[in-house]
Design a protein around this ligand. Structure first.
Ligand code: SAM
Length: 277
């Protein structure tokens, strides 16, 4: 007889393609949970069949979450409930964060069972810097909103990770090339499945490759960080300092321009004094 699980919410990551990636701990929690809250119970039923487990399930997805959440939070006081999404880590472009928020507010036990996540798996395949990265989820599908979303992150000095679908891939890459310039990037597809591949190149090269028809399957785009900006020319620097001096005292103007350019604050202070004189 296996020990019952302590009451609480168990956030269980599930495979993103290869069922062999379900961890023994995840399988153990799923087999002992009093209830499994699943994004799509039909998808999770397949996973449970794979590990020969039968447990009660209830749907928990974007369309019923607000209605179902209070009852689930109440049940967490006396039952062990596992939260799963269709694939990967719950809450990463998937439902669940409000359930965790409310469970936490109600003082319930919350345990995570980490595992597969397409964003992290793609970063490991891409061969691009991983020391700083920004996960953007799915870009908006409308052209203007997509361009705005890209412009918003264009100056961030980090790799970018985006989820995409095959049919939208060409348009997304073209918009990224336009908004971010010639950065290195990778298209990781069907990770952990039979046709896993990772194609690398500049954004423009990838946009051209996938312009005609998007590939089948599930896709993550990884974009490398912007290159080092060329140091500003002296004329540009003087213009920046003059503009700042029109609003700020010398020291603050030098500090602001130093932050914007990465140049030495004392040098900028001396130059600002010269300009002021
Ligand atoms: N929660 C999931 C995770 O942890 O990665 C992501 C869920 S999100 C609704 C689904 C998207 O993740 C897909 O459209 C695709 O962009 C990406 N994805 C999921 N599985 C993938 C795979 N095996 N290969 C590449 N991308 C995948």
């Amino acid at each position: 007889m296996t020990e019952p699980l302590a009451p609480g919410l168990y956030i269980v990551a599930t495979p993103i393609g290869n069922l062999g990636d379900l961890s023994p701990r995840a399988a153990d929690i799923l087999s002992r949970a009093d209830l499994i809250a699943a994004e799509d119970t039909r998808v999770t039923a397949k996973l449970l069949r794979h590990i020969a487990v039968k447990r009660p399930m209830t749907p928990y997805h974007d369309h019923n979450a607000d209605r179902e959440r209070p009852a689930l939070v109440a049940r967490l006081g006396s039952e062990a409930i596992a939260l799963v999404s269709d694939a990967g880590t719950p809450m990463i472009s998937d439902p669940g964060f409000k359930l965790v928020r409310d469970a936490r507010a109600a003082g319930r036990r919350i345990v995570t069972i980490p595992g597969p996540c397409a964003a992290v798996a793609a970063l490991t395949l891409a061969g691009l810097p991983t020391d700083r990265f920004l996960f953007l989820g799915f870009l908006p599908s409308k052209e203007k909103a997509r361009a705005d979303a890209i412009a918003e992150v264009a100056t961030i000095r980090a790799s970018l990770v985006l989820y995409e679908s095959g049919p939208r891939l060409g348009a997304a890459l073209a918009a990224l090339a336009k908004g971010l310039g010639g950065r290195d990037a990778a298209v990781a597809r069907e990770i952990s499945k039979a046709f896993e591949e990772c194609v690398t190149g500049t954004l423009a090269e990838l946009a051209e490759r996938y312009a005609e028809h998007g590939p089948k399957g599930e896709i993550v785009i990884v974009v490398g960080p912007p290159g080092e900006a060329p140091p500003p020319q002296v004329d540009d620097l003087d213009a920046l300092l003059r503009e700042a001096l029109a609003r700020l005292p010398v020291a603050k103007a030098a500090k602001e321009v130093a932050a914007a350019t990465g140049l030495d604050r004392h040098d900028l202070y001396n130059r600002a004094l010269e300009l002021k004189a």
